[in-house]
Design a protein around this ligand. Structure first.
Ligand SMILES: C[S@@+](CC[C@H](N)C(=O)[O-])C[C@H]1O[C@@H](n2cnc3c(N)ncnc32)[C@H](O)[C@@H]1O
Length: 275
């Protein structure tokens, strides 16, 4: 049964097909048939701001402007995240990986791939801080990347509403974060000496990676879920080749490791070690 939907702006099936094809090609994000309303909802505000009449007009505009294309992609990424999300990965970091690093100190490289607004890399840094790895003597860095430039600028700023701090266990909150005062009342942020270890960078995971780093830990959680299976597999192979021996790969709770899993040891729920 066809239900006619009253919309403020014209949005045709062809417009939707064009958007799906473009998002898949440029970002790997696969928008299912049922996402037409979501896409419309996310583009509406911008179309209104630009005083256009239809999604078609907007698509013409993104074809002509790289700046607008960036805004368009930003609007269509899904950025939901939180501090200590899927906390068993941080428990594994604290209780298995860090003790091993302390026994045999070495430079430590960590990557949060698809870091969104920064809660994931700040969570990692808070565990390192609590365990004393950010207090001097360690060569340590966290690379945090995302495709979406808007979430990255929030991540770089690193200020969050105080209510979000409820998700952070007290010891980590105390050692790594500060409460805002005066004009920063109502927000909290990572201490400067914690923030110092995180480098935020824009990166499309589908493109060439501008580094040869071998990582001790790669977090790529709740990113591949939006990709098709072959893209997921290609990405997982690339992560594998960027992991040091003994390095860990963490993926999201509903994501699958696929064939690469046969080369890795499963050490916790969606956590793997390169033997
Ligand atoms: C749902 S968030 C996950 C955030 C965090 N990893 C977590 O688990 O809480 C997914 C992020 O992946 C990013 N993303 C989607 N496609 C990407 C691509 N091709 N390259 C890089 N980042 C991408 C989105 O912009 C978004 O911020």
């Amino acid at each position: 049964m066809n239900i006619a939907v009253e919309r403020e702006f014209d949005f045709s099936r062809q417009d939707f097909a064009f958007i799906r094809e473009m998002m898949l090609r440029e970002t790997g994000i696969s928008l299912g048939d049922g996402k037409m309303t979501m896409v419309y909802g996310r583009l509406c505000r911008r179309i209104r701001e630009l005083e256009l009449n239809s999604v078609g007009q907007y698509l013409q505009m993104i074809g002509e402007s790289a700046v607008e294309r960036e805004k368009f992609v930003n609007a269509l990424t899904t950025n939901r995240t939180q501090f200590f999300r899927e906390s068993h990965h941080f428990e594994y970091l604290q209780h298995k990986l860090i003790p091993e690093w302390k026994r045999r100190p070495k430079p430590i490289r960590i990557w949060s791939a698809g870091c969104s607004t920064g809660e994931e890399p700040y969570t990692i840094a808070s565990v390192l801080k609590y365990e004393g790895l950010l207090d001097g003597g360690w060569d340590i860095s966290i690379l945090a990347t995302d495709l979406d430039t808007q979430v990255l600028s929030k991540a770089k700023k690193g200020e969050y509403p105080i209510t979000d701090s409820r998700g952070i266990p007290e010891p980590f909150l105390k050692s790594a974060f500060v409460r805002g005062r005066g004009s920063h009342e109502g927000v909290f942020k990572a201490k400067a000496e914690v923030q110092h270890f995180i480098r935020f960078q824009q990166l499309n995971l589908l493109h060439e990676w501008p580094f040869k780093t071998q990582f001790d830990v790669i977090f790529c959680r709740n990113v591949m879920i939006y990709f098709q299976r072959d893209t997921q597999q290609t990405l997982l192979c690339r992560y594998y080749s960027h992991l040091r021996t003994g390095g860990a790969l963490f993926i999201g709770h509903s994501e699958s490791i696929g064939e690469v899993g046969s080369k890795l040891t499963n050490v916790c729920h969606t956590g793997f070690i390169k033997p």
